[in-house]
Design a protein around this ligand. Structure first.
Ligand SMILES: [Zn+2]
Length: 390
């Protein structure tokens, strides 16, 4: 996480031009529900895709029984309605700890081990859920996998003992900040990473030879036309609209040459607020002079520079009443001041491109390798390349 204490205060700008809304297309996708049975299975499949070493903890036999238990850990409450919240009958973190104890205590039949392992991972994923579910107000969130982009990558953080305490603490990160759709991608990523970290608590089953986890970023891309970046000429934003940007008319995340705000959320405290955002530099150059823009505020982030095709998580101080919906970024293509080395930057060269189509993803497909087309290694000023360029 890069912390940018902006030397310039965020400033309010005039009321924004009317923008196209999400149109009528919102209603087209069937309502996917978060952390329903299919989502539980999806989270484990995502964990396996991101981490072959985690997948090696699953035995090859009784896989159906394993995934059945992932989906329905609790026969009395198969819809997962009372695993979180003040009235939780089977509190997720405690149930996960109990399942792990069963897995490590004594000999289990292979079938029972598969079932218990699946139940374990179900309750682990229940520890990272959106706030309305964590508070027990809603069992499901409709449209969780619609109308937004997700970027999922490995963020390792070993789980400690006692496990229930560690799970509540890590899973509690999902409740950092106010509930917003901008937080949902981060919460799914947390659930998948928590699942991987939990799987790694168990010994691998395949013996030696498990490949190291690849540096993979899963792009789960919103391809529903939103009017701003559509391929459909009838829906295009006109040139005078602030959302108009020639390279960006044609594509979706992963294809746009732009700095994108993929996630955002905000926490208020003592008359101010802190915002966290995940930025993606989809351009082929270094992005400098980044400014985050809402409808009524400009939030400069001058310390944040981004090398091409990388992600950075940033934290910024913002005015308390700033509205982060419709957060976007402007930037200047330039030369990264540090020579383009940012330890916190996450490379996205190896990608699994999937569509956020309203359904929990299966995480299948081939990985593509992206090379920024005009990627230039920065040289010191006054070097040969600079002289040639002028
Ligand atoms: Zn559950």
């Amino acid at each position: 996480m890069d912390r940018a204490s902006a030397p310039f205060p965020a400033r309010r700008v005039g009321s924004s031009t009317a923008r196209l809304g999400l149109l009528l297309l919102l209603g087209i996708c069937p309502a996917a529900r978060a952390w329903d049975e299919a989502t539980h299975v999806s989270i484990v499949r995502g964990a396996c895709r991101l981490s072959p070493s985690a997948e090696s903890r699953i035995r090859s036999d009784h896989r159906d029984a394993f995934f059945e238990a992932v989906a329905k850990a609790d026969q009395i409450d198969p819809d997962c309605r009372a695993h979180r919240g003040p009235n939780a009958r089977r509190e997720a973190a405690r149930e996960a700890e109990r399942a792990l104890a069963e897995l490590t205590a004594g000999p289990l039949s292979r079938y029972d081990r598969a079932r218990t392992f699946g139940r374990f991972l179900h309750y682990v994923a229940d520890c990272s859920v959106p706030t309305p579910m964590a508070e027990g107000k809603y069992a499901m969130l409709p449209d969780f996998f619609s109308n937004k982009d997700f970027l999922i990558f490995r963020e390792r953080q070993d789980l400690g003992a006692p496990l229930a305490v560690s799970l509540r603490q890590r899973g509690g990160e999902a409740q950092w900040g106010e509930e917003s759709t901008g937080a949902h991608a981060a919460i799914l990523r947390l659930a998948i990473n928590l699942t991987i970290d939990a799987m790694l608590l168990l010994p691998q089953t395949g013996g030696a030879g498990v490949p190291a986890d690849p540096p993979l970023v899963i792009f789960l891309v919103n391809r529903v036309d939103n009017g701003a970046f559509t391929r459909d000429s009838r829906l295009r934003v006109p040139w005078w609209n602030p959302d108009y940007s020639a390279p960006n008319i044609r594509s979706d995340l992963g294809g746009r040459a732009a700095v994108e705000v993929v996630e955002w959320r905000k926490r208020r405290s003592e008359g101010k607020a802190v915002a966290r955002a995940l930025l993606f530099n989809g351009t082929s150059g270094c992005a400098t002079k980044i400014v985050l823009k809402t409808r009524s505020w400009l939030i400069p982030a001058p310390q944040i520079e981004m090398t091409p095709q990388t992600l950075r998580a940033v934290e910024l101080e913002t005015p308390p009443d700033v509205e982060l919906e419709h957060l976007s970024a402007s930037w200047t293509a330039g030369r990264c001041s540090t020579g383009g080395v940012f330890p916190s930057a996450i490379p996205t060269a190896d990608r699994l491109m999937l569509e956020a189509n309203g359904h929990p993803p299966q995480f299948e497909g081939a990985v593509s390798h992206v090379v920024p087309s005009k990627l230039v290694t920065p040289l010191p000023l006054g070097s040969r390349r600079d002289r040639n360029a002028h």
